[in-house]
Design a protein around this ligand. Structure first.
Ligand SMILES: *Cc1c(COP(=O)(O)O)cnc(C)c1O
Length: 314
C-alpha cells in the first residue's frame, strides 16, 4: 500500500528500549526480540540498533531479514525460520541459527547450530510435539541445544516443556500474549508486539476545518464541525478513533486519499490529527478495524514517512 506524503510516522526508540527493559525485568529470563517484518513496521535496522544491548538474541522470519537489518553487527545471535538455499557456512557467517523441523534440514545445517521448531497447535513450520521419535532424530542429527514453539496458550507451552525438558538446554515459547504467565516463560521469552506498544505516533495535519451543514461526505454523516486530512484507505486508513488537540474523536468516513474528522469548535486547519499515539492505542485501532493489534500497528506504520526520536542511531 502506498504511504501518504502528508502523514508523519514518528518512532520513539526510547520507548522501545524501555519496553524491552521492562519485559526483561518482569520475565527474569533472557529476551529474544522479534524484529520480523521490519520490526512490525517500526524499522528492523533502527530497532535492532536501539535494543541490541538489552536483548540476548533476535528472531526473524527469514535469513534475508537478518541481512537487511544488519543483525550480525549487533553481536547477538539471530534465529531465522526460513533460509531455503542458505548454506550452513553462510548462516554461521551471519550469526544466524536456522530453525529446523526435519531430520534432513537438521543434518544439513548442523554446523550452524540449528534450533528445533516444535508444533504445539499452529500446524505449520514445526515437528509435532507428540512425535517423540522424529524429535529425537532431529535433535541428534542437528546436535541441537535450543528449541522453541509458537505457543498461543499456556497449555501449549506446558506440553512443549514437558516433551523437551531435560533433553534440550534452552527452551522458549512465550510471545507477547504469554508474557504474564510465569509457567510459559521457560528459559527465555520471545515477544514482538510488547516491545513496540506505545512507541509509534502517526499523525497528519488538518487541511480543512469547517462547520458542517446537513449531511456530509458519501455517507451523509452528521457533525457540528468537521475537518479533512490527506490520507485514506489507499494508504491503509479506515474509520475509527483519532485525537485532535488532546481530545479523542473519530474519523466518521474515510475515502480513497482523504478522511473526514469530527471536530470541536476550536479546531483549525494545520492542527494535527493523531491516528496512533496520544491515547489512541494499537488495540483501539484493532477494534475499530476488526483486526489484531499486530496488523493495526504495521498498517499504521506504513501510512507515512518514518522518523526516529529517543536514540542516537549514528
Ligand atoms: C511473531 C512471532 C512471535 C512474536 O509474537 P508477538 O505476539 O508479537 O509477541 C514469537 N514467536 C514466533 C515464532 C513468531 O512468529
Amino acid at each position: 500500500m502506498p504511504s501518504s506524503r502528508h502523514v508523519t510516522v514518528r518512532v520513539d526508540l526510547a520507548r522501545v528500549r524501555a519496553n524491552a527493559a521492562a519485559v526483561r525485568q518482569a520475565a527474569g529470563v533472557p529476551l529474544i526480540a522479534v524484529v520480523k517484518a521490519d520490526a512490525y513496521g517500526l524499522g528492523g535496522a533502527a530497532v535492532a540498533k536501539a535494543v541490541a544491548e538489552l536483548v540476548d538474541a533476535f528472531y526473524v522470519f527469514d535469513v534475508a531479514e537478518a541481512v537487511a537489518y544488519g543483525l550480525r553487527w549487533t553481536g547477538k545471535r539471530t534465529i531465522a525460520v526460513h533460509g531455503e538455499g542458505v548454506h550452513a557456512d553462510d548462516h554461521r557467517e551471519l550469526n544466524v541459527r536456522p530453525a529446523v523441523w526435519s531430520v534432513e534440514a537438521a543434518a544439513r545445517l548442523a554446523p550452524a547450530r540449528p534450533v528445533l521448531s516444535v508444533d504445539t497447535g499452529q500446524q505449520r513450520f514445526g515437528v509435532p510435539v507428540g512425535d517423540a521419535a522424529t524429535i529425537d532424530a532431529i535433535l541428534r542429527a542437528g546436535r541441537i541445544d535450543e528449541a522453541y514453539t509458537h505457543a498461543s496458550t499456556a497449555a501449549q507451552a506446558a506440553a512443549f516443556a514437558a516433551a523437551l525438558r531435560g533433553t534440550v538446554r534452552t527452551l522458549h515459547a512465550a510471545g507477547s500474549a504469554l508474557l504474564g504467565d510465569p509457567a510459559a516463560r521457560l528459559d527465555a521469552v520471545r515477544p514482538g508486539l510488547a516491545l513496540y506498544r506505545g512507541a509509534v505516533r502517526v499523525s497528519a495535519p488538518l487541511v480543512e476545518a469547517t462547520d458542517t451543514v446537513g449531511p456530509a461526505g458519501y455517507t451523509g454523516f452528521r457533525a457540528a464541525r468537521h475537518g479533512v486530512l490527506l490520507a485514506g484507505y489507499s494508504n491503509g486508513l479506515a474509520a475509527g478513533p483519532c485525537a485532535v488537540n488532546g481530545r479523542r474523536t473519530v474519523l466518521p468516513e474515510v475515502g480513497m486519499q482523504s478522511a473526514f474528522v469530527d471536530l470541536a469548535p476550536g479546531d483549525r486547519p494545520g492542527d494535527e490529527v493523531v491516528l496512533l499515539g496520544d491515547g489512541i492505542t494499537e488495540d483501539d485501532l484493532a477494534r475499530a478495524w476488526r483486526t489484531t493489534p499486530h496488523e493495526a500497528l504495521i498498517r499504521a506504520c506504513g501510512m507515512g514517512r518514518r522518523s526516529y526520536v529517543g536514540f542516537d542511531l549514528e
